[in-house]
Design a protein. Structure first.
Length: 273
């Protein structure tokens, strides 16, 4: 297992794409953190309109606003670690290196497990950089506007730390998804479409249906936000509340396991050439 872990880790970090995505994520999070902090201070009602048809939600407290800013990476930036994780698997099929991989290690379940575990280190880096970029930019704007940053508050620091954990887990989810859907172009399109459009819209729609409002909490993005205990969507009234942190972690890990199992019994079961 150790040899497989080292091999898969080296495959992941010896390409240029992962750090390109890391830099892109950092820049995107700086932008989002700064913009969201500015908007929540200058015009909080513009993002706290509540769920359409249900009236405006209560204004965010200063501490809630800070937590929403500092954890926005888990709401809008998790697409980057997901893509990195997925590419760890799909690139093997695109560049046809999957055959020598399985020749070197014929135990395919072990290969998949090694890819998922080795992605944790890269996911942790994405989590640290994404969260640091968001917190740094957001806190800088809050301080510049004369607002408290709450960076010494335990609950705020806890949310920021759990944001790192959530983004790390998202990388593992990406590996599992890439094992199931191995076409590299298709997997990127699906990830972008689902994370940026489908799930946000679905959460808004489900929130208006009393019988299905609770279902929205179990969607992947909502589970990732639940880990941190804070959500841009929930805090601004655009989606229902969140699961407890531990439940969100279990749900997100569950998605990773389900995708990995689906990939193992379908794609990785077939003969490769």
């Amino acid at each position: 297992m150790r040899a497989a872990l080292v091999t898969e880790y080296r495959k992941l970090v010896t390409t240029r794409l992962w750090w390109v995505l890391l830099v892109a994520m950092a820049a995107y999070m700086v932008f989002l953190g700064a913009i969201l902090a500015f908007v929540l201070v200058q015009d909080p009602t513009s993002v706290t309109g509540g769920i359409p048809g249900t009236g405006a939600s209560a204004p965010l407290s200063a501490e809630q606003a800070a937590r929403s800013v500092y954890t926005v990476a888990t709401s809008l930036g998790y697409v980057f670690p997901v893509i990195v994780g997925a590419l760890a698997m799909t690139s093997e099929f695109r560049h046809q290196t999957i055959t020598p991989t399985f020749l070197a290690e014929p135990r395919r379940t072990l290969v998949l497990a090694a890819k998922m575990l080795s992605s944790v280190a890269v996911g942790l880096l994405f989590g640290l950089v994404g969260t640091a970029a968001t917190v740094g930019a957001g806190a800088g704007v809050l301080a510049a506007l004369g607002e408290p940053t709450y960076l010494t508050e335990p609950v705020v620091l806890r949310s920021a730390a759990l944001s790192v954990l959530a983004l790390t887990v998202w990388t593992v989810v990406g590996v599992g998804f890439g094992a199931w859907l191995t076409n590299q172009v298709a997997v990127i399109v699906v990830i972008l479409a689902f994370t940026q459009f489908v799930e946000p819209i679905l959460r808004l729609v489900l929130a208006q249906l009393d019988a299905l409002a609770g279902v929205a909490k179990f969607l992947p993005g909502a589970a990732g936000e639940a880990i941190t205990g804070s959500s841009f969507y929930a805090d601004t009234g655009m989606a229902p509340g969140l699961l407890p942190s531990w439940a969100g972690l279990l749900v997100l890990l569950g998605y990773a396991v389900v995708f990995a199992v689906l990939g193992r019994v379908t794609t990785l079961r077939r003969d490769v050439t």
